[in-house]
Design a protein around this ligand. Structure first.
Ligand code: ZN
Length: 365
């Protein structure tokens, strides 16, 4: 099936930015997308996974270990490497793993066969969803309807980059670094505040009110439905460009530096905005680093910090009357507007291909 291209999604810039930043740096810790039905939440997550650069994996490893990163290998790959001196690798696409809302703990973390371990002294592990999601994108639709305990496990794993399974004194672990994307429709129930805060970024999305943009959404949807392959070809240059840019940012990220001033700027911002707890500060730093890498820079600017805050703060304001929170957020947006002058990642993500701009789309192929 040919998916609707990520770069062809109209508007929803914050959502697109939050997804891109997590793709550059999954250590940010995931994004929660809140919004009503039919707002392209799942389309965007699937489309992002589809455009991400291909990865090198160890052949037949259930965790898609990276042969170029020995420190992140699973136990089995580590043993193979020690025994044979090398690992056979292959290229594969970034996995998109969809977590069913009925998923149980065993299904998510995998199962350890205790009987085998006790009888034969063999460790036998049946990999779960977290194994399949390693180095991929884990999509959790309606995360608010999932069992709290399972959400807890997902968030733990996303934060630590490892899945640890313990049963009756026997323990097994494997790498589990993934881009976590959760979605929810607030009309169908809220997420517990303790869980909400552990999603690094949060974006609220709404239907687009402007008629011109709605027309563009309609146009693209029709063109896609009529001929998905042709529509994809039209957007391929944009898709490829964004994919390459994300790949470059991933490689640049370890070199992006920050200094005392950046930390002070973050701390002053969160203190001024009266943010609950300290998790927001680290999330803002990680997201700002990814943002700078996306811009091809090796240092953070104020605009990176403010743009990161825009995604890291909406779900972390102290419990206050709604209007006060709104006011605080408006102040943040104002400051962002002022410092945005020379940076706008969205202008590129948003750019239309020339032929789409010029050619009116007709209803007959
Ligand atoms: Zn492995």
């Amino acid at each position: 099936m040919i998916l609707f291209p990520f770069t062809a999604i109209v508007g929803q810039d914050k959502m697109k930015r939050a997804l891109i930043l997590n793709a550059i740096s999954p250590q940010i810790g995931g994004v929660l997308i809140r919004g009503e039905r039919g707002t392209a939440k799942s389309t965007a997550a699937r489309a992002l996974a589809a455009l991400l650069p291909e990865i090198q994996v160890v052949q037949s490893c259930p965790y898609h270990c990276d042969p170029a990163a020995p420190e992140t290998l699973c136990d089995e790959c580590r043993e193979h490497l020690a025994r044979d001196g090398k690992l056979s690798s292959m290229t594969c696409l970034t996995q998109f793993v969809d977590l069913p809302v009925s998923a149980t703990e065993d299904r998510v973390v995998g199962t350890l066969d205790i009987e085998q371990a006790i009888k034969k002294g063999e460790r036998h592990f049946e990999p779960g969803v977290l194994a399949a999601a390693n180095r991929g994108l884990l999509y959790v639709d309606e995360v608010n309807l999932l069992d709290d305990h399972v959400v807890d496990l997902l968030l733990d794993s996303a934060a630590m980059g490892v899945n640890v399974v313990e049963r009756e004194g026997i323990s097994f672990s494997h790498p589990a670094r993934f881009i976590l994307v959760g979605t929810m429709n607030p009309e169908e129930g809220e997420l517990r505040p303790q869980l909400l805060d552990r999603f690094a970024l949060c974006v609220e999305i709404k239907s687009i009110p402007e008629p011109a943009q709605r027309v563009e959404i309609l146009r693209r949807r029709i063109a896609y439905e009529q001929n998905p392959a042709q529509f994809y070809r039209r957007w391929q240059p944009q898709e490829r460009a964004l994919s390459q840019r994300i790949g470059q940012a991933q490689r640049l990220l370890p070199q992006v530096a920050y200094d005392e001033r950046d930390l002070t700027a973050i701390a002053e911002l969160t203190s001024e905005m009266q943010v609950d707890g300290h998790r927001a500060d680290i999330v803002i730093l990680k997201a700002a680093l990814a943002q700078a890498a996306f811009e091809g820079r090796q240092g953070i600017r104020e605009v990176d910090i403010l743009q990161a805050a825009e995604l890291a703060l909406p779900h972390r304001f102290k419990k206050k009357p709604f209007q006060e929170t709104e006011l605080q957020f408006e102040r943040l947006e104002k400051r962002l507007e002022l410092s945005r002058a020379d940076v706008c990642i969205d202008s590129e993500v948003q750019a239309l291909p020339e032929d789409v701009k010029k050619k009116p789309l007709t209803l007959t192929p």
